[in-house]
Write a protein that binds this ligand. Structure first.
Ligand SMILES: [Zn+2]
Length: 91
C-alpha cells in the first residue's frame, strides 16, 4: 500500500476575489511501500516559503499563502481525490 500525500490549501481571496474562498487539495507526492517519497510537484510548504506555485487536483495553480482561515473544500478537488480512491484530508 502506498501513502498519498494530499494537502488541503486555501487559495488567497485577496488575490482572487470572494468566489475563490475555497480550500483546494494539492497532491504533494507518494510514499512507496519502501518508504521512499516520490514528489508529484511543488510542495505547499515550499510554495509558502519560496513563493512557488502549486497545482491543485482540479487544475488550479496558485501560490499558497499563510491564511489560517478555514474555507470549504473545493468540490472538484474532493471529487477527484475520492474517484482516485484517496482519503480526503481532514481540514
Ligand atoms: Zn480545487
Amino acid at each position: 500500500m502506498t501513502d498519498i500525500g494530499l494537502a488541503p490549501v486555501q487559495s488567497d481571496p485577496a488575490l482572487e476575489g470572494d468566489h475563490e474562498r475555497m480550500a483546494h487539495i494539492v497532491l504533494e507526492g507518494v510514499t512507496t511501500t519502501e518508504g521512499e517519497f516520490v514528489s508529484a510537484g511543488n510542495s505547499v510548504v515550499e510554495g509558502m516559503i519560496n513563493g512557488t506555485a502549486v497545482k491543485a487536483l482540479c487544475g488550479k495553480i496558485w501560490v499558497p499563502g499563510r491564511d489560517p482561515k478555514k474555507y470549504p473544500l473545493c468540490p472538484t478537488c474532493k471529487d477527484i481525490a475520492e474517484s482516485m480512491g484517496w482519503k480526503v484530508p481532514a481540514q
